[in-house]
Design a protein around this ligand. Structure first.
Ligand code: KE4
Length: 428
């Protein structure tokens, strides 16, 4: 596969950006080799600067649930642009998107738009601390909630891929207020609350983990967290940045019947443009400035173009689209598992809806510790063989692949066909 131009651009990029990228997971550190510089996308496909075409299972790490360059999204963004890119003042478009969100999650009494998932989760933690007057909060080993200081403790995604236990630069005085436990272990959370429930401001979790690769919640785990928070006066925060509007119209909360005190969004809610959001109970959210004293702000929050992209995206996610993603994703998961069996490679294919991960492990993967037992080098060989076969997977064993409504049966067939030789190549 020709990669001359990507290599030349990567050399230039390394003179400009740390590691040559503007977000670590893009650097192929988890799989080796040269990251592909992408020139354009269309539907479920994208092309790199050397002209190589790929079936895209990253979809900008989740936002492009309708695929690249959906005509309706492009039209709506262009309309918004013609009226003005940004006003720094309230505009109707933020109300229109918020009402589309609330129609899908009626329990979301108040929300605030921001420009990234990190802003959303960082604000939610600050709000929970301000509302409860407590400083400690609980997150789980391997869950990634963005690059905000309090959350860069035992995080997943790029932090896990790069093997950074916790990021330097986060003061120990701050990190000590971030409690961590293994995910999917409700008994451990019960013990922690029994010991110090009165000091815990919040529990934050990915409802389905995507940032250690896909981890599936055990029956009762999420509901158990919610009940413990209620019992001990802590806020339950569900981080739907990756799962929101993807796992169902009502997100993972809709799928699992959760009613958290706060929820965070990103990715799909902006349809590829920078949007994050946090929201939930009115009595909690109304402590946010200017309604209350807890400060949060952002120059481009509620940006009209981004609001237009988000609204156009959510409005086109209908029952048929979710059914399509489910059918394609199920067939993909089964096909990959079958090809691995044929090649004699032990894998676990974890999937919830249109999020899936092939773990190179012979053991079930249900938390960060079991995920870490996977053979990341074998995954790297598999990844590159798939790339050569025209299939662009997330460049890390500890990430989720995404199916969009734009993917086709031919895409799935092509991916399964490429997997046979790729599993053989994974053996090294
Ligand atoms: P952003 O700040 O990257 O918009 O969102 C942070 C975030 C928060 N919560 C969850 C559950 C997330 O998955 C993310 C971001 N996910 C990664 C992919 N694993 C974004 C890709 C990247 O870091 O470049």
């Amino acid at each position: 596969m020709k990669t001359d131009l990507s290599q030349k651009l990567f050399a230039r990029a390394q003179q400009l950006f740390p590691g040559g990228v503007n977000s670590p997971v893009r650097a192929f550190k988890g799989v080796g080799g040269t990251p592909r510089f992408i020139s354009r996308g269309r539907g479920s496909h994208m092309w790199d600067v050397d002209g190589n075409e790929y079936v895209d299972y990253v979809g900008s790490w989740g936002p492009l649930i309708l695929g690249h360059c959906h005509p309706d999204v492009m039209r709506e963004v262009q309309e918004a642009m013609k009226a003005g890119a940004s006003f720094g003042a309230p505009s109707p478009r933020e109300i229109l998107l918020a009402e589309v969100v609330q129609a899908r999650m009626p329990w979301l009494a108040r929300m605030r738009f921001v420009s990234s998932g990190t802003e959303a989760t960082t604000a939610a933690i600050r709000l929970a601390r301000g509302f409860t007057g407590r400083d400690d909060f609980l997150k789980f080993d391997g869950c990634y909630h963005g690059a905000g200081d309090p959350l860069l403790v035992k995080a997943g995604s790029g932090v896990e891929t790069l093997g950074l236990p916790d990021s330097p630069g986060v003061p120990a005085d701050l990190a000590r207020h971030t409690l961590t436990l293994p995910w999917n272990d409700l008994a451990a959370v019960e013990r922690l609350f029994a010991e110090r429930g009165g000091t815990i401001a919040a529990v934050i979790t990915e409802p389905v983990v995507g940032n250690m690769g896909v981890l599936v919640p055990r029956p009762g785990f999420l509901e158990g967290l919610q009940a413990l928070c209620t019992r001990h006066g802590a806020l339950f925060i569900v981080d739907e940045v990756m799962t929101g509007f993807r796992l169902s119209a009502g997100g993972a909360c809709g799928l699992y019947g959760l009613r958290p005190d706060l929820v965070t969004f990103g990715k799909v809610i902006g349809g590829g443009l920078p949007v994050g959001a946090f929201g939930g109970r009115a009595d909690v959210m109304d402590r946010i400035a200017p309604a209350g004293p807890i400060y949060q702000a952002g120059t481009l929050s509620g940006n009209p173009m981004a609001m237009a992209a988000g609204k156009a995206t959510l409005e086109r996610l209908d029952a048929a689209g979710y059914a399509r993603m489910e059918a394609l994703s199920a067939r993909l998961a089964e096909g990959l598992a079958a090809e691995a069996r044929k090649a004699g490679v032990a894998v676990q294919v974890n999937r919830v809806g249109s999020m899936l991960t092939v773990f190179f492990s012979g053991e079930p993967v249900f938390d960060a510790q079991s995920a870490r037992k996977s053979d990341a080098k074998a995954f790297g060989r598999f990844f590159h063989a798939m790339l050569e076969g025209g299939v662009y997977l997330p460049p890390s064993q500890f990430e989720a692949a995404f199916v969009s409504v734009a993917h086709t049966d031919e895409d799935i067939d092509r991916t399964i066909a490429a997997a046979g030789p790729a599993f053989a190549a994974s053996k090294g």
